[in-house]
Design a protein around this ligand. Structure first.
Ligand code: SAH
Length: 285
Protein backbone atom coordinates (compact mmCIF):
# COMPACT_ATOMS: atom_id res chain seq x y z
CA UNK A 1 0.00 0.00 0.00
CA UNK A 2 1.12 3.51 -0.77
CA UNK A 3 0.95 5.55 2.40
CA UNK A 4 2.05 9.02 1.31
CA UNK A 5 -0.42 11.72 2.29
CA UNK A 6 -1.05 13.04 -1.16
CA UNK A 7 -4.07 13.26 -3.42
CA UNK A 8 -4.80 10.63 -6.04
CA UNK A 9 -6.29 10.71 -9.50
CA UNK A 10 -9.41 8.62 -9.76
CA UNK A 11 -10.47 7.68 -13.27
CA UNK A 12 -13.78 5.91 -13.74
CA UNK A 13 -14.27 4.16 -17.05
CA UNK A 14 -17.45 2.52 -18.30
CA UNK A 15 -16.69 -0.06 -20.96
CA UNK A 16 -18.36 -3.14 -22.55
CA UNK A 17 -17.66 -6.34 -20.62
CA UNK A 18 -15.39 -7.95 -23.22
CA UNK A 19 -12.87 -5.07 -23.04
CA UNK A 20 -12.52 -5.08 -19.28
CA UNK A 21 -9.53 -7.41 -19.00
CA UNK A 22 -7.40 -5.73 -21.66
CA UNK A 23 -8.32 -2.37 -20.08
CA UNK A 24 -7.21 -3.59 -16.63
CA UNK A 25 -3.91 -4.70 -18.10
CA UNK A 26 -3.48 -1.35 -19.86
CA UNK A 27 -4.19 0.54 -16.64
CA UNK A 28 -1.54 -1.50 -14.82
CA UNK A 29 0.89 -0.80 -17.66
CA UNK A 30 0.17 2.94 -17.31
CA UNK A 31 1.16 2.76 -13.63
CA UNK A 32 -2.21 2.43 -11.91
CA UNK A 33 -1.85 1.76 -8.18
CA UNK A 34 -4.93 -0.41 -8.14
CA UNK A 35 -8.32 -0.69 -9.76
CA UNK A 36 -11.82 -1.61 -8.72
CA UNK A 37 -13.78 -3.83 -11.07
CA UNK A 38 -17.55 -3.31 -10.68
CA UNK A 39 -19.58 -4.68 -13.57
CA UNK A 40 -19.22 -2.38 -16.55
CA UNK A 41 -17.32 0.18 -14.52
CA UNK A 42 -13.64 0.19 -13.70
CA UNK A 43 -12.27 2.72 -11.25
CA UNK A 44 -8.52 3.16 -11.44
CA UNK A 45 -6.25 5.11 -9.11
CA UNK A 46 -3.04 6.91 -10.05
CA UNK A 47 -0.64 8.91 -7.91
CA UNK A 48 -0.99 12.68 -8.13
CA UNK A 49 2.43 12.77 -9.80
CA UNK A 50 1.38 10.45 -12.66
CA UNK A 51 1.45 11.94 -16.19
CA UNK A 52 -2.30 12.48 -16.42
CA UNK A 53 -2.35 13.77 -19.99
CA UNK A 54 -0.51 10.66 -21.26
CA UNK A 55 -2.83 8.36 -19.33
CA UNK A 56 -5.99 10.12 -20.49
CA UNK A 57 -4.59 10.25 -24.04
CA UNK A 58 -4.05 6.48 -24.09
CA UNK A 59 -7.50 5.85 -22.61
CA UNK A 60 -9.07 8.13 -25.22
CA UNK A 61 -7.50 6.06 -28.00
CA UNK A 62 -9.05 2.94 -26.46
CA UNK A 63 -12.46 4.71 -26.21
CA UNK A 64 -12.30 5.77 -29.84
CA UNK A 65 -11.44 2.26 -31.03
CA UNK A 66 -14.11 0.58 -28.92
CA UNK A 67 -16.78 3.19 -29.75
CA UNK A 68 -15.98 2.97 -33.47
CA UNK A 69 -17.06 -0.68 -33.37
CA UNK A 70 -20.46 0.36 -31.88
CA UNK A 71 -20.77 -2.00 -28.94
CA UNK A 72 -23.80 -2.10 -26.64
CA UNK A 73 -22.27 0.30 -24.11
CA UNK A 74 -20.37 3.40 -25.19
CA UNK A 75 -17.07 4.01 -23.40
CA UNK A 76 -17.24 6.89 -20.91
CA UNK A 77 -14.53 8.36 -18.71
CA UNK A 78 -14.64 10.58 -15.66
CA UNK A 79 -11.75 11.99 -13.72
CA UNK A 80 -11.47 13.46 -10.24
CA UNK A 81 -8.72 14.24 -7.78
CA UNK A 82 -9.19 12.53 -4.41
CA UNK A 83 -7.67 13.16 -1.01
CA UNK A 84 -5.48 10.30 0.26
CA UNK A 85 -8.03 8.88 2.73
CA UNK A 86 -10.67 8.31 0.04
CA UNK A 87 -8.30 6.41 -2.19
CA UNK A 88 -7.29 4.04 0.59
CA UNK A 89 -10.86 3.41 1.64
CA UNK A 90 -12.37 2.90 -1.81
CA UNK A 91 -9.63 0.55 -2.88
CA UNK A 92 -9.78 -1.52 0.29
CA UNK A 93 -13.55 -1.87 -0.03
CA UNK A 94 -13.08 -3.52 -3.39
CA UNK A 95 -10.64 -6.17 -2.22
CA UNK A 96 -12.33 -8.42 0.29
CA UNK A 97 -11.20 -11.89 1.43
CA UNK A 98 -12.44 -14.72 -0.77
CA UNK A 99 -12.51 -18.50 -0.19
CA UNK A 100 -11.39 -20.49 -3.21
CA UNK A 101 -11.52 -24.24 -3.81
CA UNK A 102 -11.54 -26.55 -0.83
CA UNK A 103 -8.57 -25.18 1.03
CA UNK A 104 -7.62 -21.60 0.17
CA UNK A 105 -8.65 -18.17 1.30
CA UNK A 106 -7.21 -15.12 -0.43
CA UNK A 107 -6.96 -11.92 1.55
CA UNK A 108 -5.32 -8.51 1.41
CA UNK A 109 -2.49 -7.69 3.86
CA UNK A 110 -4.74 -5.57 6.08
CA UNK A 111 -7.15 -8.47 6.87
CA UNK A 112 -6.48 -11.14 9.53
CA UNK A 113 -6.70 -14.79 8.42
CA UNK A 114 -9.47 -16.67 10.22
CA UNK A 115 -10.66 -20.29 10.12
CA UNK A 116 -8.72 -23.30 8.99
CA UNK A 117 -8.21 -22.43 5.34
CA UNK A 118 -4.70 -21.82 3.96
CA UNK A 119 -4.25 -18.03 3.74
CA UNK A 120 -2.74 -16.56 0.58
CA UNK A 121 -2.00 -12.88 1.22
CA UNK A 122 -2.04 -10.69 -1.86
CA UNK A 123 -1.08 -7.04 -2.18
CA UNK A 124 -2.04 -6.70 -5.81
CA UNK A 125 -0.02 -3.56 -6.48
CA UNK A 126 0.15 -3.30 -10.22
CA UNK A 127 -0.34 -6.92 -11.24
CA UNK A 128 -3.29 -9.11 -12.17
CA UNK A 129 -4.43 -11.84 -9.78
CA UNK A 130 -6.33 -11.03 -6.59
CA UNK A 131 -8.26 -14.27 -6.83
CA UNK A 132 -11.43 -12.38 -7.67
CA UNK A 133 -11.11 -13.35 -11.32
CA UNK A 134 -12.85 -16.52 -12.55
CA UNK A 135 -9.74 -17.77 -14.35
CA UNK A 136 -7.51 -17.54 -11.26
CA UNK A 137 -10.14 -19.29 -9.16
CA UNK A 138 -10.52 -22.11 -11.71
CA UNK A 139 -6.74 -22.60 -11.82
CA UNK A 140 -6.70 -22.99 -8.03
CA UNK A 141 -9.58 -25.48 -8.13
CA UNK A 142 -7.84 -27.57 -10.81
CA UNK A 143 -4.47 -27.35 -9.02
CA UNK A 144 -6.06 -28.77 -5.87
CA UNK A 145 -7.86 -31.46 -7.85
CA UNK A 146 -4.80 -32.73 -9.71
CA UNK A 147 -1.94 -32.08 -7.26
CA UNK A 148 -2.48 -35.54 -5.76
CA UNK A 149 -2.00 -37.21 -9.17
CA UNK A 150 1.51 -35.84 -9.89
CA UNK A 151 4.95 -36.06 -8.26
CA UNK A 152 5.04 -32.53 -6.75
CA UNK A 153 8.71 -32.07 -7.46
CA UNK A 154 8.70 -29.13 -9.89
CA UNK A 155 5.93 -26.58 -10.57
CA UNK A 156 5.90 -23.83 -13.19
CA UNK A 157 3.52 -20.83 -13.20
CA UNK A 158 3.76 -19.27 -16.65
CA UNK A 159 2.49 -15.67 -16.41
CA UNK A 160 2.60 -15.47 -12.63
CA UNK A 161 1.03 -11.98 -12.20
CA UNK A 162 0.85 -11.42 -8.43
CA UNK A 163 2.49 -14.83 -7.84
CA UNK A 164 -0.74 -16.23 -6.40
CA UNK A 165 -0.71 -19.63 -8.13
CA UNK A 166 3.00 -20.12 -7.40
CA UNK A 167 2.33 -19.49 -3.70
CA UNK A 168 -0.60 -21.92 -3.79
CA UNK A 169 1.77 -24.51 -5.29
CA UNK A 170 4.09 -24.12 -2.30
CA UNK A 171 1.10 -24.59 0.02
CA UNK A 172 0.13 -27.74 -1.91
CA UNK A 173 3.58 -29.18 -1.26
CA UNK A 174 5.54 -28.70 -4.50
CA UNK A 175 9.25 -28.71 -3.77
CA UNK A 176 10.58 -26.41 -6.48
CA UNK A 177 8.31 -23.64 -7.73
CA UNK A 178 9.16 -21.30 -10.59
CA UNK A 179 7.13 -18.20 -11.53
CA UNK A 180 7.81 -16.39 -14.80
CA UNK A 181 6.30 -13.26 -16.26
CA UNK A 182 7.19 -11.02 -19.17
CA UNK A 183 6.06 -7.98 -17.17
CA UNK A 184 8.66 -6.59 -14.75
CA UNK A 185 5.86 -5.05 -12.63
CA UNK A 186 4.40 -8.53 -12.10
CA UNK A 187 7.78 -9.81 -10.93
CA UNK A 188 8.01 -6.88 -8.53
CA UNK A 189 4.50 -7.52 -7.16
CA UNK A 190 5.22 -11.26 -6.85
CA UNK A 191 8.39 -10.56 -4.89
CA UNK A 192 6.41 -8.41 -2.44
CA UNK A 193 3.73 -11.06 -2.06
CA UNK A 194 6.27 -13.81 -1.56
CA UNK A 195 7.73 -11.89 1.37
CA UNK A 196 4.21 -11.40 2.83
CA UNK A 197 3.60 -15.16 2.57
CA UNK A 198 7.07 -16.30 3.60
CA UNK A 199 7.36 -18.04 0.25
CA UNK A 200 10.67 -16.50 -0.83
CA UNK A 201 11.95 -19.82 -2.08
CA UNK A 202 9.86 -19.42 -5.24
CA UNK A 203 12.21 -18.75 -8.15
CA UNK A 204 11.01 -15.67 -10.07
CA UNK A 205 12.12 -15.11 -13.65
CA UNK A 206 11.36 -12.09 -15.81
CA UNK A 207 10.73 -13.33 -19.35
CA UNK A 208 8.84 -16.01 -21.22
CA UNK A 209 8.82 -19.78 -21.42
CA UNK A 210 12.18 -19.83 -23.22
CA UNK A 211 13.76 -19.01 -19.86
CA UNK A 212 12.33 -22.16 -18.23
CA UNK A 213 14.54 -25.20 -18.30
CA UNK A 214 13.88 -28.81 -17.43
CA UNK A 215 10.66 -30.75 -16.92
CA UNK A 216 7.78 -29.82 -14.62
CA UNK A 217 5.20 -32.02 -12.88
CA UNK A 218 2.56 -29.30 -13.05
CA UNK A 219 2.37 -26.17 -15.19
CA UNK A 220 -0.23 -23.41 -14.91
CA UNK A 221 -0.66 -20.96 -17.79
CA UNK A 222 -3.44 -18.41 -17.19
CA UNK A 223 -2.82 -16.38 -20.35
CA UNK A 224 -5.13 -15.81 -23.32
CA UNK A 225 -6.23 -18.25 -26.03
CA UNK A 226 -3.96 -16.87 -28.75
CA UNK A 227 -0.87 -17.11 -26.55
CA UNK A 228 -1.81 -20.61 -25.38
CA UNK A 229 -2.21 -21.78 -28.99
CA UNK A 230 1.16 -20.27 -29.83
CA UNK A 231 2.95 -21.72 -26.80
CA UNK A 232 1.25 -25.16 -26.62
CA UNK A 233 4.27 -26.96 -28.09
CA UNK A 234 6.76 -25.20 -25.79
CA UNK A 235 4.56 -25.91 -22.77
CA UNK A 236 4.12 -29.58 -23.69
CA UNK A 237 7.89 -30.03 -24.12
CA UNK A 238 8.43 -28.93 -20.49
CA UNK A 239 5.91 -31.35 -19.01
CA UNK A 240 7.20 -34.61 -17.50
CA UNK A 241 5.39 -37.72 -18.88
CA UNK A 242 3.02 -37.96 -15.89
CA UNK A 243 2.58 -34.17 -15.57
CA UNK A 244 -0.53 -31.99 -15.75
CA UNK A 245 -0.88 -28.63 -17.44
CA UNK A 246 -3.68 -26.24 -16.50
CA UNK A 247 -4.50 -23.66 -19.16
CA UNK A 248 -6.85 -20.76 -18.49
CA UNK A 249 -7.79 -17.30 -19.68
CA UNK A 250 -9.80 -18.90 -22.48
CA UNK A 251 -13.09 -17.27 -23.48
CA UNK A 252 -16.02 -19.60 -24.15
CA UNK A 253 -16.03 -20.40 -27.86
CA UNK A 254 -12.24 -20.23 -28.08
CA UNK A 255 -11.62 -23.42 -26.10
CA UNK A 256 -11.77 -25.75 -29.11
CA UNK A 257 -8.80 -24.07 -30.77
CA UNK A 258 -6.73 -24.38 -27.58
CA UNK A 259 -7.74 -28.05 -27.20
CA UNK A 260 -6.72 -28.61 -30.85
CA UNK A 261 -3.33 -26.89 -30.37
CA UNK A 262 -2.76 -28.96 -27.22
CA UNK A 263 -3.65 -32.14 -29.14
CA UNK A 264 -1.20 -31.26 -31.90
CA UNK A 265 1.47 -30.95 -29.20
CA UNK A 266 0.69 -34.41 -27.80
CA UNK A 267 -1.60 -33.29 -24.96
CA UNK A 268 -5.06 -34.65 -24.20
CA UNK A 269 -7.54 -32.51 -22.27
CA UNK A 270 -8.99 -34.42 -19.35
CA UNK A 271 -11.20 -31.66 -17.93
CA UNK A 272 -12.91 -28.49 -19.10
CA UNK A 273 -13.99 -26.28 -16.22
CA UNK A 274 -16.39 -23.45 -17.12
CA UNK A 275 -16.92 -20.43 -14.84
CA UNK A 276 -19.00 -17.61 -16.31
CA UNK A 277 -17.66 -16.83 -19.75
CA UNK A 278 -14.27 -18.40 -19.01
CA UNK A 279 -12.99 -21.91 -19.71
CA UNK A 280 -10.03 -23.62 -18.02
CA UNK A 281 -8.48 -26.87 -19.18
CA UNK A 282 -6.54 -29.62 -17.46
CA UNK A 283 -4.41 -31.62 -19.92
CA UNK A 284 -1.89 -34.42 -19.82
CA UNK A 285 0.21 -36.29 -22.36
N1 SAH B 1 -1.23 -16.38 -12.83
C1 SAH B 1 -1.99 -15.24 -12.38
C2 SAH B 1 -1.92 -14.07 -13.35
C3 SAH B 1 -2.52 -14.30 -14.71
S1 SAH B 1 -2.55 -12.82 -15.70
C4 SAH B 1 -3.42 -15.65 -12.12
O1 SAH B 1 -3.81 -16.75 -12.51
O2 SAH B 1 -4.19 -14.89 -11.55
C5 SAH B 1 -1.43 -13.24 -16.97
C6 SAH B 1 0.00 -12.85 -16.69
O3 SAH B 1 0.79 -13.42 -17.73
C7 SAH B 1 0.27 -11.36 -16.72
O4 SAH B 1 0.96 -10.98 -15.56
C8 SAH B 1 1.14 -11.14 -17.98
O5 SAH B 1 2.13 -10.17 -17.80
C9 SAH B 1 1.78 -12.52 -18.17
N2 SAH B 1 2.09 -12.92 -19.56
C10 SAH B 1 1.39 -12.66 -20.69
N3 SAH B 1 1.95 -13.28 -21.75
C11 SAH B 1 3.03 -13.96 -21.28
C12 SAH B 1 4.01 -14.80 -21.88
N4 SAH B 1 4.01 -15.07 -23.16
N5 SAH B 1 4.99 -15.33 -21.09
C13 SAH B 1 5.01 -15.06 -19.75
N6 SAH B 1 4.11 -14.26 -19.14
C14 SAH B 1 3.13 -13.72 -19.88
Amino acid sequence: MVKAAMPYHQITITIPEQFKDPLLRKLAELGSLGSLDQGHTITAYFPATAPLSTIVGELQVISLLVNAAEHDIPVRMEHSLLPDADWNESWKKGFTPIDVGERFTILPPWEQPSGSRIPLIIDPGMAFGTGHHETTRSCLVLMERYAGTVKKERFLDLGTGTGLLAMAAIALGFQTVVGVDTDPLAIEASRRNMALNKAERIELIEGGIEKCEGGFDMITANLISGTLVQLAGEIASRLVPSGIVIMSGILKGQDDEVVEAAKNSGLACIERLVDGKWVSLACRR
